[in-house]
Design a protein around this ligand. Structure first.
Ligand SMILES: [Zn+2]
Length: 277
């Protein structure tokens, strides 16, 4: 599932290709993508829109149009945006939408599991959209300080890993980067979020930022089928300290990494470096 670094990798390739381009023709072939709005209505509304920029908020790609509208693309499990369109696309049953740009090139939206979403917002609707989803601050932004992080976690009984996953304390962290951040910070994934010491919160903030920066530098993790917008593979999987490494030695202390489940998700940690108290 694409997390902040994977979405940022896609965004950074798309932004220069889309900025200034007009959506000439839009075809959306999957009604799940835009529901409850009919796909043809969204496609019609998008035609003629000119892109000002492509940004990111948490795990959302935010296509900013000159008109002030925004197209919010959430990739969920297996969504991806590809540009330029790869060879062999005509035979690809997983392409759910095609946008023809005014330079004649096509942008493809591909999604095997079909959990991704496209929401077209009118001018002025963006802040309310994110507020309704209780989306936290950007963990790589200036407002993600140890103090704001501590406030966001205060009083929460949930395991710290669950708190990282639910997007309210910081936006964009998913299963991979949560496990990696907790290892860097030497914090047990089941530690109650509201019980972390000041030092632990500061360490976790550093761990989150370190894991995300590394992920961006490695252009995301390619586990199953994640690809950058140009079809390239990321290499963050070569940097994993705990994620998916059950039984392999911890890089810090040599203890075998163990796997458990937290908030219904596979969770990997070092039982020595990340003690339960
Ligand atoms: Zn260890």
């Amino acid at each position: 599932m694409p997390e902040l670094p994977e979405v940022e990798t896609i965004r950074s390739r798309l932004a220069p290709a889309l900025a200034g381009r007009r959506f000439e023709r839009v075809e959306i072939s999957d009604s799940r993508l835009t529901r409850p709005v009919p796909p043809d209505a969204v496609a019609d509304a998008l035609e003629g829109e000119r892109v000002a920029d492509v940004r990111r908020r948490g795990k959302y790609l935010v296509v900013v149009f000159e008109s002030g509208r925004h197209l919010l693309v959430h990739l969920r499990m297996t969504g991806n945006v590809l540009h330029p369109a790869p060879e062999g696309r005509k035979d690809d049953p997983h392409v759910r939408a095609v946008v023809r740009l005014d330079d004649g090139s096509d942008v493809l939206y591909r999604d095997v599991r079909r959990f991704g979403t496209w929401d077209l917002l009118e001018p002025g609707e963006l802040d309310a959209y994110f507020a309704a989803r209780r989306l936290g601050v950007e963990p790589l932004g200036r407002s993600f300080t140890a103090a704001t992080f501590a406030r966001a976690l205060a009083g929460r009984k949930a395991p710290v890993k669950a708190a990282l996953l639910d997007q309210r304390a910081a936006a964009g962290i998913g299963n991979i980067y949560a496990d990696e951040a907790l290892w860097y910070a030497r914090i047990h994934p089941l530690a109650p979020a509201g019980k972390l010491s000041e030092e632990q919160v500061a360490a976790l903030r550093e761990g989150v930022r370190k894991a995300l920066h590394l992920g961006i530098r490695r252009q995301g993790a390619t586990l199953r089928d994640f690809r950058g917008a140009d079809g390239s593979r990321g290499s963050m999987q070569d940097e994993f300290r705990v994620y998916g490494r059950e039984g392999e030695p911890c890089e810090r202390c040599g203890t075998p990494i163990v796997k458990t489940r937290v908030a219904g998700r596979g969770t990997w940690f070092c039982p020595v470096c990340q003690p339960s108290q």
